[in-house]
Design a protein around this ligand. Structure first.
Ligand code: NAI
Ligand code: 15L
Length: 276
């Protein structure tokens, strides 16, 4: 690894958590242009490291490891954690304790900004017939969604108390392609995801902001007007994938809760038997 300082990049060191995951793998290439060093971290193996990357394999629930991980970091892109419904104890460690460890360490090390991967599941119990903006009441649709509400509240607290900035990215469904009719409304292309991260990193002052991450889809449940200052303009659309689901429209059967609510199948996902 060669970590010599190369002049001209906007950041000295960025930290990317969840770097071995679906979105982390998409982002790693783009970050090379934005930071001299990218510290990539995950609990899972990180794969081959690029020239500009330094790897840290650690559990977010390990307070000492997370403290060390934040040293010398300008800004964090926090994608790490459990990304679906799971037993409460697992969510507690990765998404609650892990997030506290991250913010606590970030504040102590003087980190300026965190991009926090929140989720549409923080507000998934709004019906599909409603359009939500960033002021819509939190209506988590599962325990995983509750942990994302915790993250939004914790980051708000760290901004109000310590001035540590956060952009909460309420990501829709960011995959190669929509996997079901609902995702025609929630789809966020990888290209638009990277652009959302770019806007959130490079906008001058963000304070504590919330922005939805969806592409320019034909079916829309979200209104991003209040986050316009971030300058995020999606270029892609799920229109290109509508032919994959010809017979079904998202939310067609409102008697079915998984179609009535924006969270889709997540609304019936938890709690699990192991939580009893
Ligand atoms: P993913 O599940 O592929 O990646 C998450 C990564 O976090 C994994 O590599 C996993 O090993 C790591 N991780 C889990 N627990 C950990 C722990 N205790 N310590 C350290 N690392 C841990 O998920 P994906 O799709 O990449 O999503 C990234 C983030 O964006 C997640 O926080 C997810 O909740 C959020 N998000 C993703 C959406 C999507 O459509 N891809 C939609 C909404 C939110
Ligand atoms: C999420 O929050 C999950 O991380 C992702 O795996 C998708 O299921 C997405 O939401 C979705 O709502 O489709």
């Amino acid at each position: 690894m060669n970590h010599d300082v190369k002049p001209g990049k906007p950041f000295r060191r960025l930290l990317l958590t969840g770097a071995a995951g679906n979105l982390g793998r998409q982002l790693r290439g783009a970050l090379a242009a934005w930071a001299e060093v990218v510290r990539v971290s995950d609990i899972a193996p990180l794969g081959e490291l690029a020239e500009h990357e330094e790897g840290v394999v650690a559990d977010l629930a390990d307070r000492d490891a997370v403290y060390c991980m934040l040293e010398g970091v300008d800004a964090v892109i926090h994608l790490g954690g459990i990304s679906v419904e799971a037993p409460f104890d697992a969510l507690l460690e990765s998404n609650i304790r892990g997030l506290y460890n991250l913010y606590s360490a970030a504040q102590k090390h003087g980190v300026k900004r965190v991009l926090y991967a929140s989720s549409n599941h923080a507000v998934g119990f709004h019906p599909v017939t409603e359009v939500v903006d960033i002021d819509a009441p939190l209506r988590p649709d599962c325990l995983y969604g509750v942990t994302k509400c915790f993250g939004e509240a914790l980051s708000r607290y760290y901004y109000d108390r310590f001035g540590l900035e956060t952009v909460c990215l309420r990501i829709g469904s960011s995959f190669e392609a929509p996997k079901n009719p609902r995702m025609l409304a929630t789809y966020l292309s990888y290209r638009d995801f990277i652009e959302l991260v770019r806007c959130s990193l490079f906008t001058n002052r963000v304070g504590h902001a919330i922005v939805y991450g969806v592409s320019d889809n034909r079916v829309k449940w979200i209104d991003n007007t209040k986050a316009a200052f971030l300058g995020f303009r999606p270029r892609d659309s799920s229109i290109d994938f509508e032919h994959l689901f010809p017979a079904s429209a998202p939310g067609a059967d409102y008697a079915d809760p998984t179609q009535r609510f924006q969270g889709g199948p997540f609304v019936l996902a938890g709690p699990m038997e192991s939580d009893d």
